[in-house]
Design a protein around this ligand. Structure first.
Ligand code: GCU
Length: 629
C-alpha cells in the first residue's frame, strides 16, 4: 500500500495537480483601462522553484497552506524560525514580461516561478477592490495576505479576483505561483511552434469600483436579417435613411443594488442618451437608432460612449460596422472587401523580442502592416494583449482573433474542452466591443480525427452564441484531389463561415515552381482565406532563387504564391506566415534559424526582407482595386 502512495504522490507532483480545487476567477471585469486603477506593474520579487518546494512536501503531497510560499514569511524577520525562503531578499523580476528574456538562466525554463508584490491600497468605505491580471502563462494560483484567491489556466486571456475583504491597512502581500509546464490535456497541448514564454506577461492592477458597479457591457450594431423581398428592402432602406441604424446592447451590473438600478447609455456625438433599468439579475438591455458613420480601415471612426449609474461613469470608444459573408465574398458595411493581411505572433518588435504587451509594441508591429498596405492581421495562435487590439482599431486594421487549439489536442478530455471554451469566452468577453475584430478563430491545423469535429463544432457554436455579429472560422489544412488540383475538404468547413486554410506549396510542399501548375477547387462556396503561406530566410542571406533560406528564394516564393492565389476563385483574404521572425524551440539550423522561425517578412531586428516589398506591391494593387470601387 505505502509503495503505491509514493508513486501516486510523485505522479501528482509531475502532473502539477494542486491542493483542494482552488476557486475560479471572479467574472471578468471588462474595459479595464477606463477603471479606477492602481498599477502593480514594475519590479516584483521572484523565486524559481523547479521542484515545487513552495507548494509540495518531500512526499509530493500539497503542503498545508501555512507552509507554502503563499504565506510570504520572512526568515530574516525572526531567524529562530526555520523559514527557507524570503521574498524580501529574493531576485527581482519585471511585470509585465516573460521570464525567458529577462534572465538568461530562464531562457528555456519550464516550471514554476513564484512572484511577490508588496503594495498598499487605502480602502474607501463602500468601495470594492479586485486584482486584475492581463495574462499569466500558463497556470497561475494567486494569494493575497496568505489567502488563496484562485487559479487560472490559459496563458493569453485576462482574469480577476475580488480582494475587498482581504485587503489590509499598510502593506499587502500578493503572491502568484506561475507554472508554464506543458501537459497533453492543456490548451495548447505539449507541441507548438512558438516559444513557451512564461510569467506574468501582461499588466496587473488593483481595481477600485463602487459597491454596485458596471462589470461588463455590450454595444453594437443590431444584426438585421437580409430583407426577404424588394418591398421589405425598400422599407428597410427608408427607415435606415430616416432613423439610422439600430444599435443594441446590454449592461451587466454587479453588486447588492444592481436589481432595478437605472443606467444611462450616452453617445454625445450621436446626440443619443438612453435610460434603462436593470432587471432582477442586474442586466439592463437597450436599443435605439442613430445615424452612425461606420468603422472601416479607410475611416476607423470611434464614438465616445459613456455608461452611467448613480455611482459611476464608465467611458469607452466604440465603432460600429457590419461584417458578413455572401457566397464566396466578404462584405464590410455592405461593401465587398479583401483582407490584405499578415499573421503576427505576440513578440516585441525589437531588442531580442520576448512577449509584446505595450501600446508602443503594438504600434510598431502594426506600423509594418500599414507600410505593407495591409488592413488586416491574423493574431496567431492565441488572443493577443488588449493594447494590440485597441491600437489596431485606432489604426484601421481588422483582426482575426484565435484561441490556441493548435495541432493535436486531447479531443476526448472534457477538461480540455472546458478549458478551450473558457479561453474563447474570456477572449470574446474582453474584446466583444472592438469594431475591428471581424473573425473569431477556434483552431489551427488540427488533424481530422475522431471527436475533433465535435470538439471544434462546440467551440464554433459557443462563439456564435456569445457573439452573433461576427464570423467564426479556423485555420484548416489543404489536401490534394490530384497532382495538380488542391482543395480543403475538412468537414469543419461546412460548419465555419470561411474557407480558411494554411498552404505551403513551394516550401513544405515541393519547390517554388509547383505554384505555377496547381489549381484550387472547392465544393463549398464561402469566402476563401489563406491563413498561412510563405517560406523562411534570415535577413541578409542571399543566393539563387532556388536556394532555400535566402531572401531571393523567399521573394520568388511570394511572387509565385501570389500568382497561384490570384487564380483562386473566391479569394477574400490572405495572412502570409508571418510578419516577423519569431522564437521557436523547434528551429535548429545553426547559423540560419538559431531558435528562430525565419518565415518573417521582417527580421527580429526590424530589417524588411525582399519578400516584404512583394507583398507591399500586391496589396497596393488590391487596395486600388477594392477601395476605388
Ligand atoms: C504551421 C503553423 C505555424 C508554424 C508554421 C511554420 O502552419 O500553423 O504555427 O509556425 O506552420 O511551420 O512555420
Amino acid at each position: 500500500m505505502k509503495k503505491i502512495t509514493l508513486f501516486a504522490a510523485s505522479l501528482l507532483l509531475l502532473a502539477g495537480i494542486t491542493r483542494a480545487q482552488e476557486p475560479a476567477p471572479y467574472p471578468q471585469i471588462t474595459n479595464i483601462g477606463a477603471r479606477s486603477l492602481q498599477s502593480l506593474d514594475g519590479t516584483w520579487a521572484s523565486l524559481v522553484d523547479l521542484y515545487e518546494v513552495g507548494a509540495y512536501d518531500y512526499r509530493g503531497k500539497p503542503k498545508p497552506i501555512g507552509n507554502t510560499f503563499f504565506m510570504d514569511r520572512h526568515f530574516f524577520a525572526d531567524e529562530t524560525k526555520l523559514v527557507e525562503y524570503d521574498f524580501d531578499v529574493a531576485p527581482e523580476i519585471k511585470v509585465p514580461g516573460d521570464w525567458n528574456t529577462q534572465r538568461m538562466d530562464l531562457y528555456r525554463y519550464e516550471g514554476t516561478v513564484w512572484y511577490r508584490k508588496a503594495f498598499e491600497q487605502p480602502r474607501t468605505p463602500g468601495k470594492r477592490y479586485f486584482v486584475y491580471f492581463g495574462a499569466a502563462n500558463y497556470a497561475s494560483v494567486a494569494a493575497l495576505n496568505g489567502k488563496i484567491l484562485g487559479k487560472h489556466v490559459g496563458g493569453f486571456t485576462p482574469f480577476n479576483y475580488e480582494i475587498t475583504d482581504l485587503l489590509r491597512e499598510g502593506a499587502n502581500s500578493l503572491v502568484v505561483k506561475v507554472d508554464n509546464r506543458r501537459h497533453l490535456q492543456d490548451v495548447p497541448t505539449v507541441d507548438y511552434d512558438w516559444w513557451n514564454y512564461g510569467g506574468i506577461t501582461r499588466s496587473v492592477y488593483v481595481v477600485e469600483t463602487p459597491e454596485t458597479f458596471i462589470r461588463d457591457y455590450c454595444i453594437r450594431l443590431k444584426k438585421v436579417a437580409a430583407p426577404a423581398n424588394a418591398k421589405a428592402a425598400k422599407k428597410a432602406a427608408a427607415e435606415l435613411k430616416k432613423y439610422g441604424s439600430a444599435i443594441e446592447g446590454w449592461i451587466q451590473l454587479d453588486g447588492p443594488a444592481a436589481a432595478g438600478k437605472t443606467v444611462t447609455v450616452a453617445i454625445p456625438d450621436l446626440k443619443v442618451s438612453k435610460q434603462v433599468t436593470a432587471d432582477e439579475n442586474g442586466l439592463a438591455k437597450f436599443e435605439f437608432r442613430a445615424k452612425v458613420s461606420f468603422w472601416s480601415p479607410e475611416f476607423p471612426k470611434l464614438y465616445g460612449v459613456s455608461i452611467t449609474t448613480d455611482q459611476e461613469e464608465l467611458k469607452d470608444r466604440v465603432g460600429f460596422r457590419t461584417i458578413e459573408a455572401r457566397g464566396n465574398e466578404l462584405y464590410l458595411n455592405g461593401k465587398k472587401i479583401f483582407c490584405r493581411g499578415v499573421s503576427v505572433h505576440e513578440e516585441k518588435p525589437f531588442n531580442a523580442g520576448g512577449r509584446a504587451n505595450s501600446k508602443a509594441d503594438a504600434q510598431a508591429l502594426l506600423g509594418w502592416v500599414k507600410e505593407m498596405n495591409g488592413n488586416f492581421v491574423r493574431l496567431a495562435h492565441y488572443p493577443h494583449n488588449e493594447n494590440m487590439i485597441r491600437a489596431a482599431e485606432e489604426m484601421g486594421i481588422m483582426v482575426w482573433s484565435e484561441v490556441p487549439v493548435y495541432w493535436f489536442i486531447d479531443w476526448t478530455n472534457p477538461e480540455t474542452y472546458a478549458n478551450a471554451e473558457n479561453q474563447l469566452t474570456e477572449n470574446i468577453t474582453r474584446d466583444r466591443n472592438r469594431a475591428n475584430i471581424i473573425i473569431w478563430s477556434v483552431a489551427n491545423e488540427t488533424p481530422i480525427v475522431p471527436h475533433r469535429l465535435e470538439f471544434l463544432s462546440g467551440l464554433v457554436d459557443k462563439a456564435h452564441e456569445l457573439d452573433p455579429t461576427r464570423l467564426v472560422s479556423a485555420a484548416m489544412e489543404k489536401e490534394y484531389i490530384n497532382d495538380n488540383t488542391l482543395t480543403c475538404n475538412d468537414p469543419l468547413a461546412a460548419k465555419v463561415d470561411l474557407m480558411s486554410f494554411n498552404e505551403y506549396v513551394g516550401w513544405y510542399d515541393g519547390n517554388v515552381d509547383k505554384c505555377d501548375r496547381v489549381n484550387w477547387v472547392f465544393d463549398i462556396k464561402k469566402p476563401v482565406f489563406i491563413s498561412e503561406f510563405g517560406g523562411g530566410a534570415p535577413a541578409g542571406r542571399h543566393g539563387d532563387k532556388y536556394q532555400r533560406f535566402t531572401e531571393e528564394n523567399q521573394e520568388y516564393l511570394y511572387q509565385k504564391s501570389i500568382g497561384m492565389l490570384s487564380r483562386l476563385e473566391g479569394l477574400a483574404g490572405t495572412t502570409p506566415w508571418i510578419l516577423k521572425d519569431f522564437r521557436s524551440p523547434k528551429r535548429f539550423l545553426t547559423g540560419v534559424q538559431d531558435d528562430y522561425n525565419r518565415k518573417g517578412l521582417v527580421s527580429e531586428n526590424g530589417e524588411q526582407k525582399k519578400a516584404f516589398f512583394v507583398m507591399q506591391n500586391w496589396y497596393a494593387q488590391l487596395k486600388e482595386q477594392y477601395e476605388s470601387k
